[in-house]
Ligand binder design. Structure first.
Ligand SMILES: [Zn+2]
Length: 266
């Protein structure tokens, strides 16, 4: 039996103890503990009496046939080690809890400021029609899009250059333009035309920076981007938000359909 963990023992003072000596020690220890009145089985959070009437230490997972045995266990090294482990664990958990609460508070603060809605995907019902003014012969587009589940007063739109897009959207647009290029080249093949277009010229035509990007936003739908040509300038009033015969938009509240028309300068 190792006595080095014993109360008041000096290192190296322990020796091999006989069973009798051990028993004497235990009894003495129990008496000491009882005398100090610090033992209160009812208020000890780690002890409980199981259905067989045997005391168990929940901390050390040990069983004790009587109170004396448990009390002597309380003075033992194993129990003290487990108490210390438990204390460190509790401290850790408390710190984690405080840290978590701090983070949760920060999140709830940022939630107040953030616009938050459940996106429902892209609008499914839209048309893009190429148009030509019969008098001026200007060409342009009439775009219509239905937003039956819109939750704001009306959709809004903006026309952006390639450089104004986020890098994520730039990549998406490059993908779409590449698809467009492929499908248009394939059409040429179908018509039987010899494909002798010079690659450089071809690439330049499909250069993403040579397009403009019409973004239409209508919560809770995802924003949509329509890739439009940028060869000629759009014929529109100088002031933003002003309409003209060549440049106008209309939101039909009843049918939830948004229209936008623009023509290019000749
Ligand atoms: Zn214990």
């Amino acid at each position: 039996m190792d006595y080095s963990g014993r109360v008041n023992s000096k290192k190296g003072a322990g020796g091999i103890a006989s069973t009798e000596e051990s028993n004497i020690y235990t009894k003495k220890r129990v008496q000491e503990l009882l005398a100090t009145h610090i033992l209160d089985l009812d208020n000890d959070p780690y002890v409980f009496r199981n259905h067989l009437g045997i005391l168990e230490c929940k901390l050390c997972l040990t069983t004790h046939n009587n109170e004396s045995s448990y009390i002597s266990h309380l003075g033992g090294r194993k129990h003290h080690l487990n108490l210390e482990r438990r204390r460190i664990l509790d401290e850790k958990q408390n710190l984690q809890l405080k840290y978590q609460q701090k983070i949760e508070n920060q999140i709830s603060i940022s939630n107040v400021e953030k616009r938050n809605w459940n996106k429902i995907g892209k609008p499914i019902d839209y048309k893009i029609i190429k148009i030509r003014d019969p008098k001026t012969l200007q060409i342009g587009f009439l775009i219509s899009c239905k937003f039956p589940k819109i939750i704001i007063d009306e959709p809004f739109f903006t026309i952006m250059s390639f450089y104004e897009l986020t890098s994520k959207n730039q990549n998406l647009c490059i993908k779409e333009i590449t698809k467009l290029k492929k499908s248009e080249n394939n059409e040429e093949h179908v018509e039987g035309a010899e494909d002798e277009v010079e690659e450089d010229e071809d690439d330049e035509e499909y250069e993403p920076t040579k397009f403009q990007y019409l973004i239409i936003s209508a919560e809770p739908y995802d924003n949509i981007a329509i890739i439009i040509p940028n060869k000629n300038e759009i014929d529109k009033p100088q002031d933003e938000n002003k309409m003209s015969d060549t440049y106008w938009w209309y939101w039909d509240k009843d049918t939830k359909e948004f229209y936008l028309q623009f023509l290019y300068k000749n």
